[in-house]
Write a protein that binds this ligand. Structure first.
Ligand SMILES: NC(=O)c1ccc[n+]([C@@H]2O[C@H](COP(=O)([O-])OP(=O)(O)OC[C@H]3O[C@@H](n4cnc5c(N)ncnc54)[C@H](OP(=O)(O)O)[C@@H]3O)[C@@H](O)[C@H]2O)c1
Length: 258
């Protein structure tokens, strides 16, 4: 019996994850999409508009044992997870010692721990041709003062994704890290409440990030940096000493590193 092909999408209630949920069923052969985020109402509303059956998992991914319902469904139904798209994540931009303990734990719990455990949970159900897409950030390429922990979580995502991609080659499974520049989403509603980072020289549309990622999903790359400004930033972080890159960033943001 052929297994049902599913995509599991975290962060599906908003921004980049929501757009992927809309695009993936049109671009890949999928029998079902499983949507994960905290906001049940927004996931249901999204489910109504998708052209394939949808399963909703209203889960706070920072809570201990939160993946139990999803893991139970996987075990019962034994689907073929042909796509895992990890888009849940958030950042707080403030001096590290001023970040609330809840967020100091939350950023690492969501951006790193939950993403890792989600990969670990679906891999037994992945087959040759399956792909895991992890949304990192251009912040992964350099230390970012006043976004220190957020950038560190994204460096983790990039490093984990690229190394696991190599490890899984014998199984024919790919892992792709996506490194977007500033992107117009609700990310900033959460980041900006106490954010000291206010200068955004360029803002990409989330649809552009999704389009470039889908293109990269069809290629053999292990990471993608969508857009010219993002690529230029990436190149500079490779060419210039990071101490200088951090100075430029602080000057751009008009922040003093006292
Ligand atoms: N926007 C940017 O400039 C930018 C740039 C580079 C990288 N990124 C990365 O892109 C990814 C998508 O972000 P976005 O820009 O699309 O922001 P967004 O619109 O705020 O989406 C974030 C998603 O994460 C989910 N989420 C947040 N906390 C959660 C929790 N505790 N448990 C489960 N789900 C949770 C949110 O859903 P609920 O609130 O319903 O839980 C939402 O669906 C993130 O990893 C972000 O770090 C963003």
């Amino acid at each position: 019996m052929t297994k049902r092909k599913i995509a599991v999408i975290t962060g599906a209630s908003s921004g980049i994850g929501k757009l992927f949920a809309r695009e993936l069923p049109a671009k890949f052969p999928l029998d079902e999409v499983w949507l994960v985020a905290r906001s049940e109402a927004r996931l249901f509303a999204l489910g109504e508009e998708l052209p394939v059956p949808v399963r909703i998992f209203p889960i706070d991914l920072t809570k201990e044992g939160c993946l139990a319902p999803l893991k139970r469904q996987l075990e019962e139904e034994q689907p073929d997870v042909s796509i895992l798209l990890n888009a849940s994540g958030y950042g707080k931009f403030e001096r590290f010692d001023r970040i609330a303990e809840e967020d100091a734990a939350g950023m690492t719990d969501l951006n790193c721990r939950a993403l890792t455990l989600m990969m670990h949970a679906v891999l037994p159900y992945c087959a040759a041709g399956s792909i895991i897409v992890n949304i990192a950030s251009v912040a992964a390429f350099q230390p970012v003062p006043f976004g220190a922990e957020y950038a560190a979580t994204k460096a983790y995502v990039l490093s984990l994704s690229r190394a696991v991609n190599k490890e899984l080659r014998p199984r024919g499974i790919r892992v792709l890290a996506v490194c977007p520049y500033w992107t117009k989403t609700a990310f900033f509603d959460r980041a900006n409440k106490q954010s000291v980072i206010t200068h955004f020289d360029c803002m990409y549309e989330p649809a552009f990030i999704v389009k470039k990622t889908i293109k990269a999903m069809r290629r053999r790359r292990d990471y993608v940096v969508p857009g010219f400004v993002a690529k230029a930033t990436h190149a500079l972080t490779k060419l210039l000493p990071h101490s200088f890159v951090m100075k430029v960033f602080l000057a751009q943001q008009k922040l003093k590193n006292k």
